[in-house]
Design a protein around this ligand. Structure first.
Ligand SMILES: [Zn+2]
Length: 92
């Protein structure tokens, strides 16, 4: 069974509006939480993703740091823009 992240909530953790730098916390349907960094100039681009160590990784099952989520950056970026999660998170 192949893994696919499914975003259920996004909150803005911090931002530097002048430089267009944003930090978001993403919650997934399986309970996984990730911290992502974005640069909005010239267009929204994810620059880093890391899993918060609250729950084991849904892919490798490690409960410490791993890089599994990196492979899903395109899925995350697609949902963040396509489902308007960024738009909603920065409007709050
Ligand atoms: Zn992993």
């Amino acid at each position: 069974m192949s893994y696919r992240p499914n975003i259920t909530n996004v909150t803005k953790a911090s931002s530097n509006d002048k430089d267009g730098l944003f930090e978001f916390i993403i919650k997934l349907a399986d309970g996984t939480e990730c911290r992502v960094f974005y640069n909005r100039f010239p267009e929204w681009k994810m620059t880093n993703i890391s899993r918060l160590l609250k729950t084991p990784c849904p892919i490798c099952r490690k409960d410490f740091i791993c890089k599994c989520m990196d492979a899903f950056t395109p899925d995350f970026e697609g949902q963040m823009i396509g489902d308007k999660w960024i738009e909603k998170a920065i409007a709050e």
